[in-house]
Design a protein around this ligand. Structure first.
Ligand SMILES: Cc1cc2nc3c(=O)[nH]c(=O)nc-3n(C[C@H](O)[C@H](O)[C@H](O)COP(=O)(O)OP(=O)(O)OC[C@H]3O[C@@H](n4cnc5c(N)ncnc54)[C@H](O)[C@@H]3O)c2cc1C
Length: 395
């Protein structure tokens, strides 16, 4: 009897890999390990509809319990994998149990970045990554008057929108000059900054946080300019870091995440990785990239499953992503970094537009606001563009 395929991480990538293995006809044992207490679930609603209370738990789950029996995928929730022995080809669980594998997939995702900040362990200070985080946040949020968000990235701005919608006094503190600076053009940041201000959110840009104040519970945020912002709830939304501890201890090559090739293979035979935790070579963008998106988790997991079964399909996606803030949907197709000009289609004041990013005459990415059809068309157009570097190499 062959050893099972083991999948570490029962999130978006882990469940998609298990499902794909079955769809491709693999009939051996598959065991999916997750250290959370729930069925695999989608995270995007945690800062959107689920946080608002507009979506129930059942709809958050990616598959119902019955799926695991029907598909014969063994789900071991509340089970942490603590080490891998690549030479002996087995893993060890937190209770000391060892299990052999024929192939192993690491789909360990990311965790919320923590920063060394005085007061960060006070009651009322949260991160937002898991269902357990939302459960903890909800209770404090329902009673809070003053909500302060450290970090103006997607999760921070989505949280701001929800909190403002609940009638809270909301302040976002951002170290950069503008919100969502790392991924969108100044025009898009300006648009969203105006949107948030129109909903009463205070944006404190280019601000350094000195410390969080309070005895046992947070009461405020002290800023570098000497001002103090009152707070009953502080959300630390300062990014995420790939979960690589297992991979590191097993001696797998690491970069900005677990290094994999275009087939989702790590540097060690029969160990694969997919999703937020990986860095992979993008031929399309001519460099290694790490993505934190549902698109990437799903599509790379499919490739990893195929590779485990002997297929040789290259993973080189057009990345896409979305963010919902109030009634505004931002959709991003492609990666814009390195662009030298933008082109607007539509009008900002109509609340529906597309901003195209170019490098010379090459389309790199398109951000759309409330224009889902344009987003789909952009994904198709980007899929047909030549990889960055192709023309340069031919010249
Ligand atoms: C609040 C929030 C909002 C988001 N919004 C969007 C959005 O609008 N659009 C979008 O495209 N993406 C969004 N994302 C990102 C998206 O959810 C992630 O890219 C996606 O979940 C990645 O899937 P994954 O399977 O790689 O990792 P995860 O979903 O993080 O799953 C990894 C799992 O592995 C478990 N694990 C780790 N180590 C071990 C171990 N040793 N043993 C057992 N289990 C382990 C973790 O606990 C976790 O359950 C959002 C994320 C968050 C947190």
């Amino acid at each position: 009897m062959t050893d099972p395929i083991l999948i570490v991480g029962a999130g978006q990538a882990g469940i998609k890999a298990a499902e794909t293995l079955r769809l491709k006809g693999h009939d051996g044992d598959i065991i999916l390990f997750g250290d959370e207490a729930f069925l695999p679930y989608q995270r995007p609603p945690l800062s959107k509809a689920y946080l608002k209370g507009e979506m129930d738990e059942e709809r958050l789950f990616l598959r119902p319990q019955a799926y695991f029996e029907t598909a014969s995928v063994e789900l071991r929730a509340k089970t942490s994998v603590t080490s891998i022995d690549p030479a002996a080809r087995h893993i060890t669980l937190s209770n000391g149990t060892r299990l052999p594998y024929s192939s192993l997939l690491l789909a360990t995702g990311t965790r919320a970045r923590q920063i060394p900040l005085e007061g960060a362990t006070l009651d009322g200070v949260f991160s937002l990554r898991t269902m357990a985080d939302v459960a903890a946040i909800r209770e404090t949020l329902s009673k809070a008057e003053n909500v302060v968000i450290l970090g103006g990235g997607y999760i921070g701005m989505e949280f701001a929108a929800v909190a403002a919608g609940l009638g809270k006094t909301v302040t976002v503190i951002e170290a950069c000059r503008r919100v969502m600076e790392r991924s969108v053009a100044p025009e898009i940041s300006t648009y969203f900054q105006s949107l948030h201000r129109a909903h009463g959110v205070t944006l404190r840009l280019e601000q350094k946080v000195e410390r969080l104040t309070g005895e046992t519970t947070v009461t405020g945020v002290a800023l570098g300019d000497g001002t103090q912002v009152p707070a009953d709830l502080v959300l630390l939304a300062v990014g995420a870091v790939p979960v690589t501890r297992l991979a590191e201890s097993a001696g797998l090559a690491l970069g900005n995440g677990i290094t994999v090739d275009a087939y989702a293979r790590t540097s060690v035979p029969d160990i694969y990785a997919a999703g937020d935790c990986t860095e992979f070579p993008s031929r399309r963008y001519g460099r290694s990239i790490r993505l934190e998106s549902v698109q990437n988790a799903i599509d790379q997991a499919k490739i990893a499953a195929g590779s485990m079964l002997g297929e040789t399909t290259v993973y080189d996606p057009v990345p896409w992503f979305w963010s919902d803030q109030y009634d505004t949907k931002l959709q991003i197709a492609g990666l814009s970094s390195g662009y030298d000009r933008t082109e607007l289609e539509g009008a900002y004041d109509e609340g529906r537009f597309a901003l195209k990013y170019f490098l010379g005459d090459r389309l790199l990415a398109v951000d759309t606001v409330n224009a889902p059809r344009d987003h789909m068309m952009a994904r198709k157009a980007l899929a047909q563009t030549e990889p960055v570097g192709t023309r340069e190499a031919a010249a």
